[in-house]
Design a protein around this ligand. Structure first.
Ligand SMILES: NC(=O)c1ccc[n+]([C@@H]2O[C@H](COP(=O)([O-])OP(=O)(O)OC[C@H]3O[C@@H](n4cnc5c(N)ncnc54)[C@H](OP(=O)(O)O)[C@@H]3O)[C@@H](O)[C@H]2O)c1
Length: 366
């Protein structure tokens, strides 16, 4: 392996601007392992990590030693290329959270047959789930042939799934229709897939460029453009599942439904980069932020986490298979080679010009 490693940093004030630099390759100390990133996904979710880099602490997870550029986290698969930690063998494949860089040095702790965690103090900035590395060989749900859909959807589908669980537990807050913004996003149509059997009508909201894609999914019963809010069907108790996070759009949706709006579930912010403030112009319920980790904590406290994961993994696999079904795939997964290509994907995602029909997976060829 080269004694230089490349890393792709992101300008903190513009998530689309990147800077490639070379740094010395890490040497593991006692208890440390070196992970060589092989395959990672890029979606708007990663751009959101950067947009909330200071507010939520994502910039602190992989420090750069610079104020102007940070390492935007991504999800993917890596190989252990050096290990001085007992129980973690060179050659093992792992899934987890990484910087866009050739390698990551990890201070391994909580080592078990199933995986380990990074004990680096700066990683305490985020919940545990972001610091765990799953050993693929011990993961009964791992399938090498599904690494691409797994890299793309695994970080998102847990949110789609737990959000729908949460809404179902509350009987959809009495709603009979669910209006979903940024319906072309993977997190949104993952949720739509989960709600297919529920007694709610699913209405997609999307932009003109993604409309055909959303219609083609067949996951929603109706599709409306952002310019058609004032034509949305009313007179039915309605829930807003918000992936866009756009304050103007929220105001228009709330105004359209008035007293029929039973709940506003804020999941994403593809079109926003700030937490909602108490908006005096907003009619109806205040948006309530949904966070998957809270649902998982609730399962842990109730002792139902194992049962949850059994159900979740079976359903997640069915979803992956649906998404890449060769007979009628929902998206094309395109593999890009190298960090230079990753930089182009990041720019397009930040500018909102990437093709929803395409899922980007980056390979780092060594
Ligand atoms: N709360 C949580 O725990 C949690 C967990 C996972 C993801 N999320 C959030 O869910 C959202 C969706 O993420 P994803 O990875 O699923 O997205 P994705 O598949 O990459 O889809 C992104 C979609 O967002 C819209 N969009 C993206 N960039 C835009 C821009 N610059 N201007 C206008 N529209 C833009 C477009 O949809 P339309 O044209 O249809 O609007 C686009 O198709 C993100 O904000 C992410 O952070 C939240």
């Amino acid at each position: 392996m080269s004694d230089l490693n490349r890393r792709l940093m992101t300008r903190k004030t513009d998530p689309g601007e990147t800077l490639l630099e070379s740094v010395a390759a890490p040497e593991p100390g006692e208890g440390e392992v070196v992970l060589a990133l092989d395959r990672f996904s890029l979606t708007t979710n990663n751009i959101t990590y950067a947009a909330y880099g200071d507010a939520i602490g994502y910039w602190r997870v992989f420090p750069t030693g610079r104020d102007d550029y940070g390492l935007m986290p991504v999800w993917g698969f890596a190989d252990v290329v050096a290990s001085r930690a007992e129980g973690i063998a060179v050659g093992a494949r792992v899934f987890g959270y990484f910087p866009m860089a050739d390698t990551l040095l990890v201070q391994a702790e909580k080592i078990s047959k199933g995986g380990f965690a990074d004990a680096a103090p700066w990683r305490k900035a985020v919940p545990d789930i972001y610091n765990r590395y799953v050993l693929c060989a011990a993961d009964a749900n791992y399938d090498a042939a599904l690494e691409n859909p797994e890299a793309l959807f695994r970080p998102l589908f847990i949110t789609s799934y737990t959000a729908v669980d949460f809404l179902r537990e509350h009987d959809f807050f009495g709603a009979k229709q669910v209006v979903v913004s940024s319906a072309s996003s993977k997190t949104a149509y993952g949720a739509a897939w989960c709600m297919a059997g529920d007694d709610v009508r699913l209405i997609a909201l999307t932009g003109a460029r993604n409309r055909a894609f959303v219609e083609g999914l067949g996951a929603y019963q109706a599709v409306y453009g952002y310019d058609e809010i004032e034509r949305l069907p009313t007179g039915v108790p309605t829930l807003y599942l918000d992936l866009a996070g756009d304050p103007d759009l929220r105001r228009r949706v709330h105004a359209r439904f008035g007293g029929d709006l039973t709940y506003d579930c804020l999941v994403g912010s593809t079109q926003g980069d700030a937490f909602p403030t108490d908006d005096p112009e907003l009619v109806g319920p205040r948006p309530v932020f949904f966070f998957a980790a809270t649902c998982l904590d609730a399962h842990r406290e109730r002792g139902t986490l194992r049962a949850f994961y059994e159900r979740f993994f079976a359903d997640q696999r069915a979803f992956f298979e649906r998404v890449v079904d060769p007979a009628a795939p929902w998206i094309r997964i395109v593999e890009r080679q190298g960090l230079d290509e990753a930089a182009k994907v990041v720019r397009a995602l930040a500018d909102g010009v990437s093709d929803a029909a395409e899922g980007a997976v980056v390979r780092l060829v060594r």
